[in-house]
Design a protein around this ligand. Structure first.
Ligand code: ZN
Length: 425
C-alpha cells in the first residue's frame, strides 16, 4: 500500500460517476428492450456478469475465492489479516423482467468502496470483502436466497444442488457448466460484520422524501391457505335467509386480513392475493372459496397477534353464516431485527454525510437476513422510483445511488478501522 498524505476521513467520498458507469455496464449483460435486465441465475449471461464483476475486482487488487455453491468473495487485505473481514454484498442475478439496480447496486457499491479506498491509499485494520451470493431471486431455482442460505446453513448444500429448473437442469449441473463451482466450503468463512445496500423496493422513502433508509430489520411473515365451505345452491330459488354462501363469508374474512394490518400500524401488512371460487358459475351460490392470507409485521409478537385476530374473526364469521372455515399455515418466517451497532453505524454515517434519513423496515427478504444469523448485520436503503422493482422500469437516481454508497463506505470504515487517516471524524 503506497503511503499518501493522510486523508481526512470525514471528507472521504466515493466516485458516484464511476459507480453509475459500472452499474450501466453490468446492466448491458442481459439488457431487455424495455430498459431492464434478464440475467437469470446460473445462465450463460449470469456467467458473463460474474466474469465482469470479478475482473473489476482483480483490477482493484482484490483476491477472489468461490465456494461450492458459487458464492464469490472479493477480498481487499487489511493490516491485520487475522481479523474477520468486514463484509458487504448482495446478488447480481435478476428476475426475468428485472431491473438494473436490485442486488447489482449492493455488489457494485461494495466494489466502489474498495476503489475509493485504493484512490486514497487508505489501509484498514480488518480486511474488507465484497460478496455476491448465488440465486438470491429464486426465479429459476427454489429456494430464494440460496447461496446465502447455504452459507448460513439454513439448508444443506445437497438440498440446493438438487434444485431443478423447469427444463430439469440442476443447480449443481449448471454451476459446473458455467464454471462457478468453487472449492471453498460454504460458511467456512468468518465475518466481522455485514452491511448490504439495496434499493428500497417500496415507496416509503420516496413518499417521505428521505435519501437513506436506516433498516431496523425485516418483517416477520405468516402465510396461510384459507378454505371456506358452505353449500352450493341455485341462485334463483334459494332465499337469502336460507343460504350458506361461502363467498360472502370469505369476503368478510378477506376484509379482516386487511383490517388486521390497519389495526397494527405502521408496519402491519395484510394481503389476499389468490382467490378461487367453486364452482365459479354465474347462477350458483358459491359452495367453496379458497384464498391465500399473507400477514406481516415488524415483530413476531405483532404478526402473531394479527393472526389470532383474523382467526377469531373467521370463527365468528363461520358461526354467523353456518359455514366451515379452515385456516392452514403454509409458511412462517421470523421477523429479523438487525444488530443495534450496525443500525447505529448506518444512522451515524448518514447524519455525518448530511443526508436525510429515517428508520425503515424491509418488507422483502434479502441475503442480509441470513447473514444476520452469523454476524452483526445492517442494511442501507435508498429510494427507487415509485417504489417499483422486479420490473424492467425499476429506476433509481444517481445522487441516491452515490449517497447510499457513501453511507456504506463510512459504516464499513467504522468497523474496519482505517489506519493511515486523520481519524477525527
Ligand atoms: Zn435484491
Amino acid at each position: 500500500m503506497d503511503m499518501k498524505t493522510p486523508t481526512r476521513l470525514d471528507a472521504l467520498r466515493v466516485n458516484g460517476e464511476r459507480l453509475w458507469e459500472s452499474l450501466m455496464a453490468l446492466a448491458k449483460i442481459g439488457a431487455t428492450p424495455k430498459g431492464g435486465v434478464c440475467r437469470l441465475t446460473l445462465t450463460d449471461l449470469d456467467r458473463d456478469g460474474r466474469d465482469l464483476v470479478l475482473r473489476w475486482a482483480r483490477e482493484a487488487g482484490m483476491t477472489v475465492t468461490i465456494d461450492k455453491i458459487g458464492n464469490a468473495f472479493m477480498r481487499r487485505p487489511g493490516r491485520n489479516n487475522a481479523l474477520a473481514p468486514i463484509m458487504t454484498g448482495s446478488h447480481i442475478d435478476t428476475q426475468p423482467t428485472g431491473g438494473k439496480f436490485d442486488g447489482n447496486y449492493g455488489v457494485l457499491a461494495g466494489l466502489e468502496v474498495v476503489r475509493t479506498l485504493n484512490d486514497h491509499g487508505i489501509e484498514t485494520e480488518a480486511p474488507i470483502e465484497v460478496a455476491f451470493w448465488t440465486n438470491e431471486e429464486g426465479s429459476r431455482f427454489v429456494p430464494v436466497m440460496m447461496g446465502s442460505g447455504v452459507f448460513a446453513k439454513a439448508f444443506t448444500l445437497d438440498h440446493a444442488y438438487a434444485a431443478t429448473d423447469i427444463e430439469g437442469k440442476t443447480v449443481r449441473g449448471e454451476l459446473e457448466r458455467i464454471g462457478y463451482i468453487g472449492e471453498q466450503e460454504p460458511g467456512d468463512h468468518p465475518m466481522g460484520a455485514y452491511f448490504e445496500t439495496h434499493i428500497e423496493q417500496g415507496p416509503v422513502l420516496e413518499d417521505n422524501d428521505k435519501t437513506i433508509g436506516v433498516v431496523q430489520g425485516v418483517l416477520g411473515i405468516r402465510w396461510f391457505d384459507c378454505t371456506v365451505t358452505g353449500m352450493e345452491a341455485h341462485a334463483g330459488p334459494t332465499p337469502m335467509a336460507l343460504r350458506k354462501d361461502a363467498l360472502l363469508a370469505a369476503t368478510r374474512i378477506m376484509q379482516d386480513v386487511v383490517n388486521a394490518a390497519h389495526r397494527h400500524p405502521p408496519h402491519g401488512r395484510g394481503t389476499v392475493g389468490m382467490v378461487q371460487v367453486f364452482p365459479n358459475s354465474r347462477n350458483v351460490i358459491p359452495g367453496q372459496v379458497k384464498f391465500s392470507i399473507d400477514l406481516r409485521n415488524a415483530t413476531d409478537a405483532l404478526v402473531d397477534q394479527m393472526v389470532e385476530e383474523v382467526k377469531s374473526f373467521a370463527a365468528q364469521v363461520a358461526s354467523e353464516h353456518g359455514v366451515e372455515v379452515k385456516i392452514e399455515m403454509v409458511s412462517s418466517y421470523s421477523a429479523i431485527g438487525f444488530h443495534q451497532d450496525c443500525i447505529d453505524a448506518v444512522a451515524r454515517a448518514a447524519e455525518q454525510l448530511g443526508y436525510s434519513s429515517m428508520p425503515t423496515v424491509s418488507g422483502a427478504g434479502h441475503d442480509a437476513v441470513y447473514m444476520s444469523r452469523l454476524a452483526p448485520t445492517g442494511m442501507i436503503f435508498i429510494p427507487c422510483k415509485d417504489g417499483i422493482s422486479h420490473n424492467e422500469i425499476e429506476d433509481a437516481k444517481p445522487e441516491h445511488i452515490t449517497a447510499g454508497c457513501n453511507v456504506l463506505l463510512h459504516a464499513m470504515l467504522e468497523r474496519a478501522v482505517p489506519v493511515n487517516t486523520d481519524i477525527t471524524r
